[in-house]
Design a protein around this ligand. Structure first.
Ligand code: ATP
Ligand code: MG
Length: 456
């Protein structure tokens, strides 16, 4: 009888309810989150906390993803226990976090993150500002809250679902199940206020929309274009982390297209944004093709590196800078060096690219002109270079985007597969070929010959 009644209702979450104090409780029979798909370690963490007398739930991305039949990246737990109480419950637990104290419970390579229920006590923006200076900040950051407050401080309705492993019920304070069924990204609360508190939520809206193939609900979408400049105040280290999640999670191209649509390229990659304005067709083709390659490699479980993507994002901005420096009388090679250095340094003010990525990125760039110089033993030396493969892939990418290279990519493709004899022949033929007047890479095409008699 009850089941019949429930079946009659279009969905218990069909209409947004006015009362926000009681969660909707969705019984196990009405959702598809199954215990078998959970990490057994996550289940054991929740059960242990419950046995110790605390409230504990799986929360956030893992519940959302399982409802959509996606394998979660990781499992997060929310609990009424304080971090110290959590730590006391497990032998393998470590307190972490500066902004918010969290507990990591370790099981070999798997880490279950356990967070105490928190309230949305203060704006994120002012936290960011007070970050370095305030020593009392930690106290303020750990304002604990109730179960419901914990739900209300989360970003999107679909990220505020709590799964109780012992009953199989989902607690839904914010109509997240309704939004999952209607494939909507919707902020909890007032959108302008929530973006003001933490502008990174704009990027997260885009990320989840692309990842899940959801629409951004109109009120959530509306303020983004106007509020996008708020992202300039976010620390560059956080934006770097976020940019990796946006571009390197397997839906990079779809994510980029949404970022572009919502005017969110400029706060992350101002020079790329500028290059798109100046040379839209070429720049967009290069960047989107690079993302396409990355997405395809991720789909095939092949390794990917942000160095390649960042190289592609900034490459179209290089020629104008080189040209400007050459205008000042700087010779081509130093002009290139200086332009590359400045471009990268400026990008790091927006997304702090660590050296382990920026160094290979520069190598990929620096090898582009070297790929043209193949005579003698140079070609074979380049083949041995640890960055050859990335540089060669990058050359093909430039060609796909429309750069004229006199068939350089094809030459290298053939050379790699050629026998020793064939290789010698290919190098000999290079010597015979008429000199092609340096009309190759795009970065060169704008170079004007300058003062060849200058002092070097
Ligand atoms: P995924 O890990 O698949 O990218 P996720 O939803 O788990 O997605 P996380 O960044 O791991 O995302 O965050 C875990 C949870 O913490 C989110 O589901 C959300 O409830 C909450 N959260 C994360 N960032 C914010 C934020 N900036 N504002 C409010 N809540 C947030
Ligand atoms: Mg997560």
């Amino acid at each position: 009888m009850i089941r019949k009644l429930l079946q009659k209702m279009p969905s218990p979450f069909g209409l947004p309810q006015r009362r926000r104090t009681t969660p909707s409780v969705i019984p196990a029979s009405q959702h598809q989150v199954r215990r078998e798909r959970l990490s057994r370690h996550a289940v054991s963490v929740v059960e242990k906390l419950q046995q110790a007398g605390y409230e504990a739930f799986l929360v956030g991305g893992c519940v959302r993803d399982l409802m959509l039949d996606i394998t979660p990246k990781d499992f997060d737990v929310a609990t009424s226990a304080t971090p110290e109480q959590v730590r006391a419950t497990f032998r393998n637990a470590r307190l972490i976090g500066r902004r918010f104290k969290l507990v990591h419970v370790h099981f070999g390579r798997e880490i279950i993150e356990v967070a105490t229920f928190r309230a949305n006590h203060e704006t994120q923006a002012s936290e960011e500002q007070s970050r370095q200076s305030e020593s009392g900040r930690l106290l303020r950051d750990n304002v604990y809250g109730t179960f419901e407050q914990d739900a209300q401080r989360r970003d999107f309705t679909i990220n505020a679902l709590y799964f109780d492993v012992s009953t199989g019920q989902i607690h839904d304070f914010a109509h997240g199940v309704h939004d999952i069924r209607n494939r909507l990204i919707r902020l909890i609360g007032h959108p302008e206020q929530r973006y003001q508190e933490d502008p990174v939520r704009m990027l997260r809206a885009i990320r989840f929309a692309a990842k899940l193939d959801f629409e951004i609900e109109p009120h959530t979408a509306a303020p983004i274009e106007e509020m996008a400049p708020l992202l300039h105040d976010i620390p560059a280290a956080r934006l770097f982390d976020e940019s990796l999640k946006l571009l390197m999670s397997g839906q990079g191209k779809a994510t980029f297209d949404l970022l572009y649509q919502f005017d969110l390229i400029a706060p992350l990659f101002p020079d790329t944004d500028e290059a798109i304005l100046e040379n839209p067709e070429y720049t967009l083709r290069l960047v989107r093709q690079a993302l396409d390659n990355t997405d395809a490699r991720i789909a095939q479980d092949k390794p990917v590196t942000p160095a390649f993507l960042f190289a592609a994002f900034l490459w179209p901005a290089l020629p104008a800078r080189v040209a400007a420096l050459e205008e000042q009388g700087i010779p081509p090679i130093p002009a290139y060096q200086q332009a590359a250095h400045e471009l990268l340094a400026e990008q790091c003010l927006h997304t702090a690219i660590p050296k382990r990525f920026s160094i290979p990125m520069r190598e990929i760039w620096d090898m582009q002109p070297r790929l043209e110089r193949r005579s003698g033993r140079r070609a074979d030396q380049l083949l041995e270079h640890p960055r050859f493969r990335a540089a060669y892939d990058f050359l093909l990418l430039r060609e796909e985007a429309g750069e004229q290279t006199d068939g350089l990519g094809r030459w290298w493709t053939l050379y790699q597969d050629a026998s020793a004899d064939q290789r010698r022949q290919m190098i000999r033929e290079l010597g015979d070929a008429p000199k092609s007047g340096g009309k190759r890479g795009r970065s060169r095409s704008r170079r004007k010959p300058r003062k060849p008699q200058s002092n070097d």
